[in-house]
Ligand binder design. Structure first.
Ligand code: AMP
Ligand code: GLY
Length: 317
């Protein structure tokens, strides 16, 4: 990954000490890959997990990802050159902004850019402004109105909590009643404040692929496509999850299609971020559905996918 950033900016200083924030397999995969990069001497992961310290050159720090003051303090005291924020919650809470304010070099967007993931409503209006292909949608912040939308469309609509819900805030219904139950549950508080507003979406069909681009705010480097397995049980059965496993490169799209996706989705994303004055440094993750009328964005995320990252990092050399 450091080499990829050097492609964007050859003057980038070498990072000797890196701190990765998070506790997933994603963060371990990043640590495993970065430990092999030229010039890297030590990787710290805060808080890491049971497997982190098995990675050579890697040490866990017992600091929560929400403890901003402790993160800044340790970065300054052990002279961290680069902080990589792995997960969405600290990005959405503005950790990158706070660390940058303290003079640190950070990989991960600020709070404004992280809205690509932290508010589906924000992301939808962003996509519409940028002309990015995505499912038609409606928004509602009260039950009666949401039920009225379902009745008037008279088709099962996908129901999404507006805010972060650890990959569990989306219901893909089998029928109209399931759409109605999902909005009722959201307004009864199933997703806390994340479900105070719901997005009702036209149902799309097709295989899904995860596309990742690294951005320094000006340019993009697009990584190989990956696919994760969303459903809880074997045979694509059971409820959606954050991802039960992944593989890459996914043969669902070839390099010509990837270039097309860059042109129709990723470039307009970066351009629109820039037009909005957002200096987006980090991962732009577009979750796509390959529909019969072309790729459409199902969601944006502001960080690497987990588990996709575990399949991607070993490919990057
Ligand atoms: P999201 O959190 O928006 O990525 O949604 C989680 C999962 O729900 C996606 O990966 C899809 O499998 C499914 N999904 C979301 N939106 C739609 C849609 N409009 N049509 C069909 N399936 C969807
Ligand atoms: N694997 C899907 C995600 O990280 O959101």
């Amino acid at each position: 990954m450091l080499c990829l950033f050097k492609t964007l900016d050859p003057d980038l200083p070498l990072a000797k000490k890196i701190l990765i924030i998070g506790s997933g397999g994603r963060e371990n995969a990043l640590a495993w890959g970065l430990e092999k990069a030229n010039g890297v001497e030590k990787i710290f992961v805060a808080p890491g997990n049971g497997g982190t310290e098995e990675i050579p050159g890697c040490e866990c720090l017992d600091i929560k990802e929400t403890n901003v003051n402790a993160i800044i303090e340790i970065c300054l005291s052990i002279q961290i050159d680069l902080v990589i924020i792995g997960a969405e919650a600290p990005l959405a809470a503005g950790l990158a902004d706070k660390l940058r304010k303290a003079g640190l070099i950070v990989f991960g967007p600020g709070q404004e850019g992280a809205q690509l993931e932290s508010s589906k409503s924000w992301a939808k209006s962003f996509m519409n402004e940028a002309g990015i292909p995505t499912a038609k949608h409606w928004e509602s912040n009260n039950l009666e109105n949401a039920l009225g939308i379902i009745d008037s469309i008279n088709k099962p609509l996908v129901i999404k909590a507006d805010g972060l819900a650890s990959g569990k805030g989306v219901t893909v219904p089998k029928n109209i009643n399931e759409s109605k139950t999902a909005v009722k549950e959201a307004f009864q508080g199933k997703f806390g404040s994340s479900g105070e507003k719901v997005i009702l979406e036209e149902m799309l069909n097709g295989p899904e692929v995860s596309i990742f681009a690294l951005s320094d705010g000006k340019q993009l480097v697009v990584l190989p496509p990956a696919q994760d397995h969303k459903r809880l049980n074997d045979g694509d059965q059971g409820p959606n999850t954050g991802g039960m496993g992944a593989y890459a490169p996914a043969p669902l799209i070839d390099s010509a299609q990837l270039k097309e996706i860059q042109k129709s989705i990723l470039d307009p994303t970066l351009e629109t971020l820039r037009n909005r004055g957002i200096d987006y440094r980090g991962v732009i993750y577009a979750g796509l559905m390959l529909t019969s009328s072309g790729p459409k964005v199902i969601e944006f995320n502001c960080r690497f996918g987990d588990p996709e990252c575990q399949a991607l990092i070993p490919l990057l050399g």
